[in-house]
Ligand binder design. Sequence first.
Ligand code: CA
Length: 227
Amino acid sequence: MRLLIVEDETRLATALARGLSADGFAVDVAHDGPTGLERARFEAYDAVILDVMLPRLSGYRVVETLRAEKNWVPVLMLSAKDGEYDQADGLDCGADDYLTKPFSYVVLLARLRALLRRRATARPTTLQLGPLALDPASHRLTRDGTEINLTVREFALLEYLLRRPGDVVSKTELLDRVWGADEDTDPNIVEVYIGYLRRKIGRDLLQTVRGAGYRLTAPRPVASDAD
Ligand code: CA
């Protein structure tokens, strides 16, 4: 899942980006309103964490502009203090949820996950494919009911593939959406992690499509010899 943080307080932005990366999100940061707006316009984020008080363009205007342009990316707004800026203002502008600073990281993460789930109303909260069941909220994966332990990055990679069952997903897309990689990142990291995943979830589910990418599919039913 890919996130954009728009926050001018550098220390807070850095701490949030670090925490969320460690929790498996691919994170971009913008430090002022216009930059945040541009990134949200032209890149596909799963959610935006948006400060209200920003240089050059407030968070209210950013979300208002996005909604006017029919961009419905889920937005979690952060405000410095309640009082001057009313929670209702943010929600009226088109934000989906609102947190007042200071907030705890744990609360932010819970609200963020709720937001990501809400957008996915049509999708079940547990992703299933053949024998695999993955619950993003509790970070649990089972195969045929047996729990499999994955690292944060392995989990993020599998979650992304599970949201695109049967599709061939390119290495570039995985790098971008799971790692949030810049040009310096070695693309071979994807192969390495696909290897780790295969060892853990079983080789039958995750195929390499040569020159194109990777595909997660349910195993074919065993053919019967009987007519
Ligand atoms: Ca601010």
